[in-house]
Design a protein around this ligand. Structure first.
Ligand SMILES: *Cc1c(COP(=O)(O)O)cnc(C)c1O
Length: 404
């Protein structure tokens, strides 16, 4: 069999649909973010990044950078083992304490990514709790879906952000089932936010455990950056809070927080925790510095919110359609994979603006979009440059306008 021909024909289908993914080769410049260098076909050029999940620029914060350098000098590069076999460093333990404190929980457990934390935690809960049924929001992230699938527990999918539908689905389950309600706070692609308190009301009424992914909210919401649940004062009503160190905290890795027994349970049974090398101590040290900083500093969040509001207002001024939502994520809807790709290519080539096309399977076909994430370091003139560029593209590509 000509395996390569099989691979190529499937790749050709992706290309014909406009869904083939082309990575932009970037070189981030610490200290100048959101400025970066793009290494493209025409050589290297300076661009402004508009699609990063380093939402607050913490990946270049001098204290965070220095923490990583100092810990590397002190501890070397890698952890040297799994957590069980020689890989547990003092920095892991300190970071777990920092995280438990951030979310007001007894304990926390680190993973090598947010993806792995969802996959491992949901996989283990669904597989090990007696008669477990997982009630999953319809728009949950791929990592949660894979964890649920891996657990082999039966699942019920409830309508996105709809506590009434969740209530119906919970009521339909036999009383002897262990019910796990899994959802997110800020949804990454639409930027909408779950009605967390209402979901907790419903879950509590049915004796269900609550599992929330706050990946896009940690560092960003709440007085100490504990997420939307902190902002709403409902952290104590959530059984398990999951997050990442790779987005607003500007580092790398994932985690869960919850009761001491819950974290010990996952630590003891989750294959995705046990059989993998621990995070480098330097990454743990940097993440802890970033979290500690954002617990006491609201400046980054405040400035970021100002720039989000300014960008929305300027998009409205130019009639560029964007989804209205209460978060920091601004989806600009195009609805066509080929056009989205084209627009992104022109933005990079002619305007020095880097926005990655968001296409299937990240979002449903026909809802292809740009996903803009303004940060505290985007200037007003960056915003104006972006909006003028989009305006001229909307003219060139005959795209629909939003009528105010
Ligand atoms: C990015 C993301 C993850 C995975 O986190 P990583 O640390 O990047 O692996 C999990 N959940 C959601 C909703 C995400 O967007």
């Amino acid at each position: 069999m000509d395996f390569d021909a099989v691979f190529q024909s499937q790749l050709d289908t992706l290309k014909a649909e406009g869904n083939y993914r082309i990575f932009a080769e970037m070189e981030r410049s610490a200290g100048c973010y959101p400025r970066a260098v793009n290494h493209g076909p025409g050589g290297a050029r300076d661009v402004t990044v508009w699609c990063s999940n380093d939402y607050l620029g913490m990946g270049q914060h001098p204290d965070v950078v220095n923490a990583m350098i100092d810990a590397t000098r002190a501890n070397g590069t890698g952890a040297g083992g799994t957590r069980n076999i020689s890989g547990t460093n003092r920095h892991h333990i300190a970071l777990e304490h920092e995280l438990a404190d951030l979310h007001g929980k007894d304990a926390a457990l680190l993973f090598t990514s947010g993806y792995v934390s969802n996959w491992a935690a949901l996989g283990t809960l669904g597989a090990r709790l007696p008669n477990a049924v997982i009630l999953s929001d319809a728009l949950n992230h791929a990592s949660m879906i894979e964890g649920i699938r891996h657990s082999r527990a039966p699942k019920a999918i409830w309508k996105h952000n709809d506590p009434e539908d969740l209530n119906r689905k919970l009521a339909a389950l036999p009383p002897e089932t262990t019910k796990i309600v899994a959802f997110e706070s800020v949804y990454s692609m639409d930027g909408d936010i779950a009605p967390i308190a209402e979901i907790c009301d419903v879950a509590e009424a049915h004796g269900a455990m609550t599992y929330i992914d706050e990946v896009h909210a940690v560092g960003m919401y709440g007085p100490r950056g504990g997420g939307v649940a902190e902002e709403l004062g409902v952290m104590d009503r959530i059984t398990l809070i999951e997050g990442t160190l790779g987005k607003a905290f500007g580092c790398f890795g994932g985690y869960i927080t919850g009761s001491a027994a819950l974290c010990d349970f996952i630590r003891s049974f989750a294959s995705g925790f046990i059989f993998t090398t621990a995070l480098p101590p330097s990454v743990a040290a940097a993440a802890q510095t970033s979290i500690a900083h954002l617990k006491v500093s609201g400046d980054e969040r405040r400035r970021q919110r100002e720039q989000v509001a300014k960008l929305r207002a300027r998009l409205d001024f130019y009639g560029i359609p964007h989804l209205d939502n209460p978060s920091h994520i601004i989806p600009v809807m195009i609805g066509d994979a080929v056009k989205t790709r084209l627009i992104c290519d022109i933005l990079m080539r002619d305007f020095g603006i880097y926005v990655q096309p968001i296409n299937y399977p990240t979002v449903p076909r026909g809802t292809e979009r740009l996903r803009l994430t303004p940060g505290p370091f985007h200037t007003d003139s960056d915003i104006e440059h972006l909006c003028r560029a989009l305006n001229s593209l909307w003219q060139q590509c005959a795209l629909a306008r939003q009528v105010a």
